[in-house]
Design a protein around this ligand. Sequence first.
Ligand SMILES: [Zn+2]
Length: 328
Amino acid sequence: MTNFDVSGFDLSRRALLSGAGALAATGALAKAPMIGKPAPGFHRFKLGAFEVTVISDGPLVMGPPNGDTFKGLSKEDLTQDLTRNHLPVNSVELDQNTLLVNTGSQLVLFDTGTGAGSKAFGPHSGRLLDNLKAAGINPRSIDGIILTHAHADHCFGLMTDKGARNFPNAKIYMAQAEFEFWTDEAKAGINDMMKMMVAGARQNLVPNRDRMVFVKDGEEIIPGIMAISTPGHTVGHTSYGIQSEGQKLINIGDVAHHHIVSLERPKLPFAFDTDGEQGVATRLKLWDMLVSERIPMVAYHFPFPGVGYVGKQGEAYRYFPALVRTVL
Ligand SMILES: [Zn+2]
């Protein structure tokens, strides 16, 4: 029988006493230099004959837990949920998983992140272009940008700060209702958040009007990719079903935002929902469908790479991350 005791595991005091801490601080013990850069944020897998790559735009910082993040969940209860799941409690962070699909005849990217210039969501968002490069993708080779919706973290990466296109050869696919809502200048007067959202949407969407394709519910927009209307979070929010050789994946966009709260408490609207009640109904319907069909999903804001399954757990649900495999 062993009798180890992790409560006594603390090397900091030992290093201090022996002087090793002081030596390490000067770098005298460092044999190899620290790399100092994060690993490239992409993950690649096959879906039938399609090659799929999740490309991270970096984390999106929501700030300290508060009672407005999920409507009806107090700051204290949210903090408890985070603590119970070994998540940071000083700041709620969401990932941003854009999805690149090579169908063999077209290369399409779902959503574009916040754009490199915007730091409204913390210092580490806007990494999509860097990570695309790391994944071996030239933005000029992308044939289509497919938008789930027109919020800042999904479409503000279409254009550079100077008004040039980041994806110069791509058509833009989105729901017409979404385009009309977020480019409507009358909505900018509602509050400061709407002012920022509408100004950014106009800057990124209006110059692309001539290359825009409006998608309809149930339509196969390009071979192997179908639009699925999932309104609530925004008026024209759209998910996409991707299918090749019988294998399926649903890109759910922002039908859910948090891999714990949105599963364990699926009936709570999210802070930025346009119609929270409709968003809840959409989420419950989608969760039940994913549970019964056992179809995998990619969730934009779930922990990278955000690919996984939904299962039933009592009256609520549970997220099962898919295996992150290092082979194709
Ligand atoms: Zn989002």
